[in-house]
Design a protein around this ligand. Structure first.
Ligand code: MN
Length: 298
């Protein structure tokens, strides 16, 4: 059975001690097992304190991020690529220092709408840089999970199949896919089939609705997704990700085009999401069990 996580931006985009403490407590109180933070700057956040609080509450932690344009590892400017590698190394270190094992998000290119198609050279440059980061990450026990995002947020990895090709090119065993139902709903021919096809390489999963609000109130076929996760025997994390203009991160809210307040009460939202995912996965498991039963006369 999968374990359920929540993105900290459901609680707050702030990184003050009060913001973090509230996010941790809400996560714990509502029965989530993992909290995902967007990259936190160790110069502004007491990492040892935060790691201690995560441990005390018995939570797991993941870190996610999107590379900025000035750290785009697919760039033809070597200095920009070097900067990107540095950013990724720091994120790996932060993940390790918080007691986590997964770095996720848009790690292979800049996060944001691009004005031109990706070139072969950009792909190769990114693969080469990420391979080096993966090599250095090996001793930390932190895996790199490449988020597959829609066309408006990257021009590189928009489908799981592209991500699998990229991982194959790195030749690294600690690089996986980070799949997100919101993005897959836009780009994949069939989300359930894509999950089954990529099964061996999935490292992390985001569960989000088509408008990024309440699960089940948009157009995503969640039963098909839960069926696929059960079918591949997924027993790792699925993390609820939802954004509303009620909580603004000046960088991420703009890049992900969060213009509407799809919710205001984040406690009600998170409680609903955990129940929705739990029930969805349980139901998928019941279906999987049921089709195996022959129900012969006794
Ligand atoms: Mn996501």
């Amino acid at each position: 059975m999968s374990k359920i996580g929540v993105h900290s931006f459901v609680w707050s985009a702030g990184s003050s001690r009060d913001d973090l403490e509230r996010a941790l407590n809400r996560t714990h109180e509502l029965g989530y097992k993992l909290i995902e933070f967007s990259y936190l700057d160790p110069r502004q956040v007491d990492v040892a304190w935060l790691a201690g609080r995560i441990r005390e509450l018995g939570l797991d932690v993941a870190i996610s991020m999107g590379l900025p344009p000035e750290g785009d590892i697919s760039s033809d400017d070597a200095a920009v690529v070097a900067r990107g590698e540095e950013i990724l190394d720091k994120a790996v270190a932060l993940t390790r220092d918080l007691g986590g094992t997964k770095l996720a998000g848009i790690l292979s290119s800049a996060h944001g709408k691009q004005e031109r198609a990706l070139t072969r050279q950009a792909w190769d440059t990114s693969v080469s840089a990420l391979s080096k980061v993966a090599d250095r990450a090996r001793t930390t026990g932190v895996t790199l999970n490449l988020e597959i995002v829609n066309r408006f947020e990257s021009n590189m990895l928009n489908t799981a199949a592209q991500g699998m090709a990229y991982i194959a090119d790195t030749g690294a065993s600690n690089v996986f896919l980070h799949l997100d139902t919101f993005h897959m709903n836009i780009e994949e021919a069939d989300v359930g089939l894509a999950i089954r096809h990529a099964a061996d390489k999935i490292g992390y999963v985001h569960i989000g609705e088509s408008h990024r609000g309440y699960l089940g109130t948009g157009s995503i076929d969640f039963p098909a997704i839960f069926d696929a996760l059960v079918a591949i025997g997924w027993n790792d994390y699925v993390t609820f990700e939802s954004f509303s203009s009620a909580i603004v991160d000046k960088d991420l809210s703009l890049k992900t085009a969060i213009w509407r307040d799809l919710w205001k009460d984040n406690v009600a939202l998170a409680r609903h999401a955990r129940e929705f995912i739990t029930l969805g996965l349980q139901t998928a498991q019941l279906k999987a069990d049921l089709v195996k039963q022959a129900h012969l006369p006794s």
